[in-house]
Each structure stands twice: as structure tokens, then as C-alpha cells.
Write a protein that binds this ligand. Structure first.
Ligand code: NAD
Length: 310
């Protein structure tokens, strides 16, 4: 089993929980936390290091950008988080500015085959900006995208139908945000199309979509941030890459013509191998789902074109 080095930029709620989740997963030898608030990164690293005797051997520390020198994967979680009432898109100018500095620091040191995983919001736009700024091949710049939203939908389906979440098969595609699109045409429970279940009609679909889209807003209203499920999603993406699992996940990928879309990163099912996004299969989505995906792309592209560096 591959055991490499992960650097996490941003030791806030998401970054530190991701580090902890990855540490518990035992997939990596080295985990380094970097934050402009060095004490926060250092304190969190030390707190986690005191639990190392309970997991597979791992070095966990705070560090600087020089630690990117031999990193296999660098996760970007730095930036302003959503406050109650904020949409993810409202964070764009603040976080794109922060990202510019972070990516230039990373690229001073990182090896050419490094994989960058963007988690900061708005994740699709920041993934595209990171790709542009880094000069890396597009397969190496990945956004966490709708991996989390897809998991949320599986959870919602499992609660409605009283089945194991792992038997609920579905994708949410498009923006990680308000314009995201559930693919009901492909959704099935252990191979049984979702529309064959009693009560699974357009109203139920609308309710479930709303529940998933509202999820982050509801959690942020209650406790100020979301971090556990996104940490599991980021950890899962890293495990796919490190373990060369060839899994297909709805990560945010830079699109250049796939589904007729280019000029943005967006979530569509993509195969992840050891070198990043290896294949973007063209799946036959229903016409309204494809239209929703294209609407998401148009929303992202309008914002990208308004950014100073575009
Ligand atoms: P947080 O405020 O708890 O942490 C952000 C951290 O970034 C802070 O520790 C801050 O000091 C650090 N930081 C700011 N500028 C920096 C810089 N230039 N260099 C290094 N570190 C810097 O926020 P959070 O709750 O951890 O959220 C982080 C980001 O993740 C936000 O953009 C949030 O919207 C996003 N997020 C994404 C998802 C997703 O599904 N993609 C889910 C949850 C949160």
C-alpha cells in the first residue's frame, strides 16, 4: 500500500478535521499543516500527534511551504468560510485573492507530479483558478466538488427508503452549490430504478434536492461551519489517488469540451488514479440533467470571466 506525504494548507475547521481523518485512515506517512496562523497549525498538529500511538505510524507536524518539496498531494482548505446567509459564490473574490498567494508559494517548491486538491469555496471556481495559476496538467488539479453533495443525497435516500446508504447509487453533478443537479435518471437502489419505489415522484425529488442544497446552510446556521463530512470526502479522494483505486467520483474537474463544456471546472463523474483524473466518461444523463449541468457551467463561467486574473 502506498504511503506518501500530504500537505494541508489551512488549519481551520476543515483543514484540521481533514488532517485528523487522514491520520485515522492510516494511508500516509507524513501530514503537514500550514496556516498563516502558525500557532493554530502547530497546536492542532501537536494535539493530533499525541494520539499517534493509537493509529498507524505517521509524522504529523506544522510546517512551511518548503514542506511541499516532496508532497504527493496538497489540499487547499485556506480561506474565508461561509457565514450564516452567505452563498458559496459570495466568497469568490476574497478566496481567489488568498489562493493566488498560496498557489504561487506551493509551485515554488512542489514536485511536477504533485496533485492539488482544492476544497475552499466556491470550489469549482477556485479549482479552475488553481489550475490556471499552477500551470499543472488539468488531471493534477482536482476540486472536492460534489463528492460531499452526492454523499448527502445518498444519506437522504437511505433515510427515506430505509436501506443502507451504500446501496443508494446516485450522482450530484454541476456546481458544488445552489445550481447543483441530482441525476434521478441514473439513481437506483441496489440496481432498482428510483422511480419504481412508491412515493418517489417529482415532489419527492424536489424535496430531496432542496434538502441537499440546504444542508450546508442549515448546519452553518446551527453551529457555524461544516467539517466532518467534507473531511471524510477529502480523505476518500486522497485514498483513491494514493491507493490507485480507479474509483469514479464526482470531483470537480477542469472541463475542455466534455459534455460540450469548457472554461470552468465542474463536477462530473471522473475516474481517479494515482496520477489524478485519468478519465472523464461521457455518461448519458437525461436532457434536463444535461441542461442543468450546462446552466451550472454558465454560472461558473460568468464569475470566472469577471475575476481580475482571468
Ligand atoms: P476556517 O476559518 O475555520 O479556516 C480557514 C483557515 O484558513 C484559517 O485557519 C485561516 O487562518 C487560514 N488561512 C486564511 N488565509 C490563509 C493563507 N493565505 N494561508 C494559509 N492559511 C490561511 O474555515 P473552514 O470552515 O475551515 O473553511 C475553509 C474553506 O473550506 C472555506 O472556503 C469553506 O467555505 C470551505 N468548505 C468547503 C467545503 C466543500 O465541500 N468544498 C465544505 C466546507 C467548507
Amino acid at each position: 500500500m502506498f504511503r506518501g506525504k500530504i500537505v494541508i494548507i489551512g488549519a481551520g475547521a476543515v483543514g484540521s478535521t481533514t488532517a485528523y481523518t487522514i491520520m485515522c485512515g492510516g494511508l500516509f506517512n507524513d501530514i503537514v499543516l500550514i496556516d498563516i496562523n502558525h500557532d493554530k497549525a502547530d497546536g492542532d498538529a501537536l494535539d493530533m500527534a499525541h494520539g499517534v500511538s493509537f493509529v498507524k505510524p505517521v509524522n504529523i507536524s506544522s510546517g512551511s511551504y518548503e514542506d511541499c518539496r516532496d508532497a504527493d498531494i496538497i489540499i487547499i482548505t485556506a480561506g474565508a468560510p461561509q457565514k450564516p446567509g452567505d452563498t458559496r459564490l459570495s466568497l469568490v473574490s476574497r478566496n481567489a485573492g488568498i489562493l493566488q498567494n498560496i498557489v504561487s508559494q506551493i509551485m515554488k517548491y512542489a514536485p511536477k507530479d504533485v496533485i492539488l486538491l482544492v476544497v475552499s469555496n466556491p470550489v469549482d471556481i477556485l479549482t479552475y483558478v488553481t489550475w490556471k495559476l499552477s500551470g499543472l496538467p488539468k488531471r493534477q488539479v482536482i476540486g472536492s466538488g460534489t463528492v460531499l453533495d452526492t454523499s448527502r443525497l445518498k444519506y437522504v435516500l437511505s433515510r427515506r427508503l430505509f436501506v443502507d446508504t451504500r446501496n443508494c447509487h446516485t450522482y450530484i453533478i454541476g456546481e458544488h452549490g445552489d445550481s447543483e443537479v441530482p441525476t434521478w435518471s441514473l439513481t437506483n437502489i441496489a440496481g432498482i430504478p428510483i422511480r419504481s419505489f412508491e412515493g418517489m415522484d417529482e415532489k419527492a425529488f424536489d424535496d430531496m434536492r432542496r434538502e441537499v442544497v440546504r444542508a450546508a446552510y442549515d448546519i452553518i446556521d446551527k453551529k457555524g461551519a461544516t467539517y466532518y463530512a467534507i473531511a471524510l470526502a477529502a480523505s476518500r479522494i486522497c485514498a483513491c489517488i494514493a491507493g490507485e483505486e480507479n474509483s469514479i467520483l464526482t470531483v470537480s474537474a477542469v472541463l475542455e469540451g466534455e459534455y460540450g463544456i469548457s472554461g470552468t471546472a465542474l463536477s462530473v463523474p471522473s475516474k481517479l488514479s494515482g496520477s489524478g483524473i485519468e478519465w472523464i466518461p461521457e455518461i448519458s444523463f437525461a436532457a434536463d440533467e444535461l441542461e442543468g449541468l450546462k446552466n451550472s457551467a454558465d454560472t461558473m463561467k460568468t464569475i470566472i470571466q469577471e475575476l481580475p486574473q482571468s
